[in-house]
Write a protein that binds this ligand. Structure first.
Ligand code: BEZ
Ligand code: FE
Length: 308
């Protein structure tokens, strides 16, 4: 058999692939894109060389990635969910929000933030349709890391119902049930009424569910309420306030729970003078959100949430 010499050399061995691909990408003009893609290719190639997937395994992996796209639509973002259950979202969160200046710790946005929630007055109830479950009175304060109140801060709040579903997943709930936007008063205070959140399973009817079952992992998130806290001159805080057992917090399927953001949800079994007509038991929670100075930003919602 005759070999035709080609110059420059073509790929001949495993060792030739990575340098050839890096050379092909070497003219990338955006330096950050170049750094990210060079590193991604090096790590991806090393992963492949280390694990030596069969062709069937490679095809299966590609089908799993394609299925993430096929299961992403107006009310579900399977790509975000995959990043969450693999711990990638929490790593990115901790790298970008380390809490080192005394600000409240952040937690992942998750796939169920849909934006456009109705503006509410302090004290409003965010349960907009029949939502069985114990009443929750939430009182919050927004301050700087020095404790000075932040007036006019915006709080975008959302939570799952006590049956464990966000309104966009559940035809039994009204549009924007358990979602609302509040603003702090001159003393940095806000409050709202809701129902006590419950733990819930992340969606398991797609490729992420297949992976969790193969890994013998439960799909549960501990009970929590989501907050985006933003104010001029302050870095936006995306977080969750948790209420659940230590075991549920420690085994959060998306690794989102952190000690600093576990709230105290007090159970009230006796009538309370401030809320004499509230059915018992009910719950109350108070939490101080501390913002660090910086540029406010706002996340792009991963879903639009329109129910079909
Ligand atoms: C959530 O808290 O809404 C959530 C976060 C990650 C994955 C699924 C749900
Ligand atoms: Fe959630």
């Amino acid at each position: 058999m005759q070999h035709v010499a080609v110059d420059p050399k073509l790929i001949a061995t495993i060792a030739d692939v990575t340098p050839t691909v890096l050379a092909a990408m070497s003219r990338t003009s955006d330096p950050r894109l170049k750094t990210l893609m060079d590193s991604l290719v090096r790590h991806l190639h090393n992963f492949i060389i280390e694990t030596r997937p069969t062709e069937e395994e490679f095809e299966q992996g590609l089908r799993w990635i394609a299925a993430l796209g096929h299961h992403t639509h107006e009310t579900n973002n399977e790509v975000v969910l995959a990043a969450d259950v693999l711990g990638a979202s929490t790593l990115i969160d901790l790298i970008n929000n380390d809490g080192m200046q005394g600000e409240t710790m952040s937690a992942l946005l998750g796939p169920f933030y849909r934006g456009q929630a109705p503006d509410c007055a302090c004290g409003d109830c965010i349960a907009r349709s029949e939502t069985p479950g114990p009443v929750l009175y939430f009182k919050g304060k927004v301050t700087g890391v020095d404790g000075a109140p932040v007036a006019g801060a915006k709080l975008d709040v959302w939570q799952a119902s006590p049956v464990g579903l966000y309104e966009n997943q559940d035809s039994g709930q009204d549009d924007f049930n358990l979602r609302g936007v509040f603003r702090t008063d001159a003393d940095g205070n806000f409050h709202f009424t809701s129902v006590k959140p419950a733990g819930y399973p992340v969606p398991t009817d797609g490729p992420v569910g297949d992976l969790l079952r193969a890994q013998h992992r439960h799909p549960m998130r501990p009970a929590h309420i989501h907050f985006i806290v933003s104010a001029p001159g302050h870095k936006t805080l995306i977080t969750q306030i948790f209420s659940d057992s230590p075991q549920a917090l420690a085994t959060d399927v998306v690794f989102g729970a952190k000690t600093q953001i576990v709230g105290h949800f007090a159970e009230h079994t006796e009538p309370h003078p401030d809320y004499p007509d509230t059915p018992l038991p009910f719950y109350s929670c108070e939490y101080q959100f501390k913002l660090v100075e910086g540029e406010p930003t706002y996340p792009v919602p991963p879903i639009s949430g329109t129910k079909s």
